[in-house]
Design a protein around this ligand. Structure first.
Ligand code: NOJ
Length: 760
């Protein structure tokens, strides 16, 4: 319902970009025309009318060895945007292929000028940055975005992020991150789409489309980067950067597909990961980087290593020294080296010694050059500084962000219809440090977001509550550690005098994301103690969670009537939370990841295989724990609404198909309540018996629909070979046999039907 409002908001921005000159205050305005009219004899690569491959080959033929290795080098700038002194020199020498973190016209343009005007061949630099869920307008963190189950919304958010990043002189983002993650201890679970391959693939493609549009060379668009290739999310013990061991069937069916979806969506680049995969580090893994990516999938963009991942091949124990690391990474298919400088420093000697072939080197350089031609940076190397005045944080992007945040909220519990709060509430106590925090609303990877631009939950509650409502605030205790008894007492005293308590709880933003793994997934610090004391006041307590991972909420679920999962909702997100608290918005998000009952259940994910002895409480000798059920607290796909919905009439036809056929599943969803709302209808299959065992359920379709009170809609899902088949030792196949189909509002329960695939 809420996403409809945002149509066409990009038009003013795009109009603005159409006016972009591409040069310092306009000097490159007619770059294309000028180049087209270049005198006969001008180098081919300068002619924008020629295809990028041809221009790249011509340029390559003119380059020295140092220039070639230099184009494969990416160096880091300073966190706030400045370049470093050595960058100027390297740019002048034509030996700086790309930077990360250098941004804004005042830094990008002078550095670019060194490369374009003062280097021998004038090859422009590619400016990159981690624009993960927004540049200046910060959107819900990616896991929260996945909770929307609305890829077009994710596409719009990426498109705004691209437009803002572009205005800061950037042409490349290190996103989307598409690592399937089943371990909440891993902090980077926050950065992806969660545990499911189908949802993750849909979002990977949508985000790529949002960043790149139909042509990433267009103004306002940036190159995307599929990361982290591959398996990074399966880090042993949930410890960031740790090794992974993933079976071939799991790689093919679970971990690869979002990356394949990104390739199909035209993603410009890939990033090789930090982890070793089955003993071979992914930044020197010829199988994944060359055989699969370039051979099987025909990916024609370039691959950048993750930050110093080439150097780290030595720590992995794969490379004996720097030269060996450079040789192994480049030969495996990593085209550009991020931050460590082994290609540049050791490459020429390795080439002379015959350890790297010229063919390998040239192929990598060509890929980088081609991407630069496609990105249009030869014709438009600079950014108009004036753009920064108008492009960031527009009223339209704020509005879109609020709508996106609203869609991302997941109502986990609402006993007795406590929510929405009675508008006539006279006094509301807002408790918890997170309710007063601007910084934490952004999440762990917030681009160029500024704390001052964010709205706090406290501010939003004050704005949204009925006029005359008294809103008090007390932090109670810090989020992570510490806090005094006096502070706790003050919070409890404030709460005791209120009609309702809104308690913000969770993790501070820096507790998830990179290098933020946790061994415990409980609420940190003294928050549980604070919540227990709030409960004792006898006042109704609504818990609003801000967190970057599934948390152990067992105690909260047992003790509190209402829990709203808000993730890190972004710049305007707290306003969306307040809308939901006061009934001005209706939550409709669904979990993109399972919430376990305890860290001891990890990994727990809905699409597991069935053991030979599935858990049976009545039978000791089955697959279970002595001290805890195997069922999660909240399953994948779960989320409540203020509306109630019913599903009926699931039908699948035809009843029998050949392996290359397809079936249609139809189901009717009805809003059986008096309030308009969103439901996400989810379609799962189970391939009952196969050459290899199949998951107990697999998501193969979903639709988020908005229904007016009493409204009914019949939805149709098509299940084609792509949805019905899987990769096994014999290749990809749809195997004959019985398939079950479930239409549901979460991965648990729902309606069931079936059909059969018959042998040819
Ligand atoms: C390391 C991270 O793993 C990666 O996701 C990021 O893009 C790079 N650093 C660059 O910041």
């Amino acid at each position: 319902m809420y996403n409809l409002a945002m149509k066409n908001i990009f038009l003013p921005l795009l109009f603005c970009f159409a006016l972009i000159t591409g040069g310092y205050a306009g000097d490159a305005k007619n770059a294309v025309t000028k180049a087209a009219a270049a005198p006969a004899g001008a180098p081919l690569y300068k002619n924008p009318l020629l295809p990028p491959e041809k221009r790249a080959r011509d340029l390559l033929s003119r380059m020295t060895l140092e220039e070639k290795f230099g184009q494969l080098q990416q160096l880091d700038g300073d966190a706030d945007g400045p370049f470093r002194k050595e960058h100027l020199e390297l740019a002048r020498a034509g030996q700086l292929g790309s930077t990360l973190n250098v941004r804004f016209a005042k830094y990008v343009n002078p550095l670019q000028e060194e490369a374009v005007k003062n280097s021998r061949l004038g090859i422009p630099i590619l400016f990159a940055f981690d624009v993960i869920h927004g540049f200046r307008t910060i959107f819900p963190m990616p896991l929260g975005e996945a909770a929307q189950w609305d890829p077009p919304m994710a596409e719009k958010a990426a498109s705004v992020a691209a437009a803002e990043a572009y205005a800061a002189g950037l042409k490349w983002t290190f996103a989307p991150m598409m690592d399937i993650a089943r371990d909440p201890r891993w902090g980077r679970i926050a950065e992806g789409a969660g545990e499911d391959t189908y949802l993750g693939s849909a979002l990977a493609a949508a985000r790529v489309r949002g960043f790149q549009g139909a042509d990433y060379g267009a103004p306002g668009k940036v190159m995307a980067c599929a990361k982290h290739w591959v398996g990074y999310g399966a880090a042993e013990g949930g410890r960031d950067y740790n090794s992974t061991d993933i079976s071939e069937p799991s790689l093919l069916n679970t971990y690869y597909p979002p990356f394949k979806a990104a390739v199909d969506a035209g993603v410009a680049t890939f990033m090789s990961a930090f982890n070793s995969l089955n003993g071979v580090p992914t930044s020197a893994n010829g199988n994944t980087l060359t055989k699969v990516l370039r051979g099987d999938w025909k990916f024609s963009g370039f691959v950048v290593s993750d930050y110093t991942a080439v150097q780290e091949l030595i720590n992995h124990g794969l490379a004996a020294d720097g030269s060996d690391a450079a040789v192994k990474a480049l030969s495996a298919g990593v085209d550009m080296e991020m931050v460590s400088t082994l290609y540049r420093d050791k490459g020429p000697a390795a080439l002379a010694a015959g350890k790297i072939t010229r063919k390998t080197l040239d192929a990598s350089v060509l890929r980088v050059l081609e991407a630069k031609f496609r990105a249009g940076v030869f014709e438009h190397p600079y950014i108009d500084p004036k753009l920064e005045e108008t492009a960031f944080l527009t009223p339209e992007s704020r509005e879109l962000e609020r709508a996106a945040a609203l869609e991302s909220l997941v109502l986990l519990k609402n006993d007795g219809g406590l929510l929405p709060l009675n508008p006539a509430a006279g006094k509301i106590a807002v408790i918890g440090a997170l309710a007063g925090s601007k910084l934490d609303m952004m999440g762990s990877w917030s681009g160029d977001g500024r704390a001052d631009d964010q709205v706090t939950l406290l501010e939003a509650v004050k704005e949204t509550a009925a006029p005359g409502t008294a809103v008090t605030f007390s932090a109670g205790c810090p989020v992570k550690t510490g806090g005094t008894d006096e502070e706790m007492d003050a919070a409890v005293a404030a709460a005791a005098g209120a009609d309702y308590i809104i308690a913000a709880a969770g993790e501070s933003a820096d507790m998830s994301g990179e290098a933020a793994s946790r061994a415990s997934i409980s609420l940190p610090g003294r928050q549980l103690e604070l919540l227990a004391r709030l409960k004792k006041t006898g006042k109704p307590v609504v818990i609003v969670l801000f967190n970057g991972r599934p948390l152990d909420l067992s105690g909260l679920d047992a003790d509190f009537p209402a829990i709203l999962e808000a993730w890190y909702p972004g710049t305007e997100g707290a306003r969306a939370v307040a809308q939901v608290l006061f009934g001005k918005g209706n939550p409709g998000g669904k979990l993109p990841v399972t919430f376990p009952r305890s860290v001891g259940q990890i990994p727990t994910y809905y699409n597991h295989r069935s053991p030979g002895r599935p858990a049976d409480p009545a039978n000791r000798y089955t697959s279970k724990y002595q001290d805890l059920t195997v069922e999660p607290l909240y399953p994948f796909g779960y989320g409540l609404s203020y509306s109630s919905f019913s599903l009926s009439g699931l039908s699948v036809s035809p009843a029998k198909i050949m392996p290359d056929g397809s079936v249609k599943a139809r189901v009717t969803v009805e809003n059986v309540s008096a309030i308009a709302g969103d439901e996400v209808v989810q379609l799962y299959i189970r391939d009952v018996a196969g050459s290899e065992t199949r998951p107990v359920r697999e998501l193969k379709g979903f639709k988020r629909v908005t229904l007016a009170p009493g409204e009914k809609r019949t939805l149709e899902f098509e299940l084609r070979p792509a949805e019905l088949g899987y990769y096994y030792a014999g290749g990809f196949a749809v195997e004959p046999g019985l398939f079950k189909v479930y239409a549901a509002t979460s991965s648990a329960g729902g309606l069931e039907a079936s059909f059969e695939v018959t042998a040819k």
